[in-house]
Design a protein around this ligand. Structure first.
Ligand SMILES: Nc1ncnc2c1ncn2[C@@H]1O[C@H](COP(=O)(O)OP(=O)(O)OP(=O)(O)O)[C@@H](O)[C@H]1O
Ligand SMILES: [Mg+2]
Length: 231
């Protein structure tokens, strides 16, 4: 579904991603892991078109998208939940969710009910300002907002940073449900091993801007953890 070939990215003179290859199959739930600064967010931003790549190819459903603007990639069906959430604090929950509607293929004007089934709290807080929600609620809103476009792929960048355990569990359950029941392809950047193991079905390990290991989640063993994840 998504294929990245020989992606390179530089911030000024510093190269961050090096000839990076990544393959994500339709229906998979892939967890991208690696230490702070490994380049995980940079990779996602290149995939979303929020950062220009120096060179390389990005294919979505077999078609190259590396030349397309971020908005066009969203229209194709790539939903993105950025690190740090980035909701609009002064807009209401409803307005935050409505922002995605124009990107829907069917031009539906209503927020899909499925989002409120997954996150009932968003329905209860529809008219509150985004900035007045707790961190966990804001994260649920950010995921809801990405789902409004009815994406084919959902990409989440560390959705559990700074969130209390019971909401982390709920978010994990929702990601599993979306993947297993709705057939949504998921790419999850995650540093917490427990969550990655519970939610991810495959892993990719990143180090210094490269993918250094890839396998089924069950094969993520202590040796790999020590080498690429332990701090
Ligand atoms: N805007 C920027 N300008 C210059 N360098 C940057 C910029 N953003 C990130 N970097 C550098 O690029 C490297 C990769 O950063 P990135 O945010 O992709 O890592 P990450 O794996 O997502 O880390 P974390 O786990 O902390 O979120 C880091 O060395 C970082 O300092
Ligand atoms: Mg990051």
């Amino acid at each position: 579904m998504i294929r990245i070939e020989k992606l390179n990215q530089k911030y000024g003179g510093t190269q961050i991603l090096w000839d990076l290859d990544l393959d994500v199959e339709k229906g998979s739930c892939t967890c991208i892991m690696g230490r702070n600064g490994a380049g995980k967010t940079t990779l996602l931003k290149c995939l979303m078109g929020l950062l220009p790549a120096s060179d390389g190819r990005i294919l979505f459903g077999g078609k190259p998208i590396e030349g397309r603007a971020a908005q066009a990639r969203a229209h194709l069906g790539i939903g993105y939940v950025p690190q740090g959430r980035d909701i609009f604090p002064l807009l209401t929950v409803e307005e935050n969710l409505q922002i995605g509607l124009p990107a829907r293929k069917d031009k539906a004007r209503r927020i899909p009910q499925r989002i409120f089934e997954l996150f009932p709290v968003l329905k209860d807080m529809l008219h509150r300002r985004g900035g007045d929600l707790s961190g966990g609620q804001q994260q649920q809103l950010a995921i809801g907002r990405a789902l409004v476009i009815d994406p084919k792929v959902l990409i989440l960048d560390e959705p559990n940073e700074g969130i209390q355990p019971n909401i982390v569990r709920q978010i994990g359950d929702v990601i599993r449900m979306l993947n297993e029941e709705d057939g949504l392809t998921v790419i999850l950047v995650e540093q917490k091993l427990g969550f990655a193991r519970r939610v991810g079905r495959e892993f990719r390990l990143m180090q210094k801007g490269r993918i250094v290991a890839a396998d089924q989640m069950a094969k993520l063993d202590d040796g790999l953890i020590r080498q690429y994840l332990a701090v």
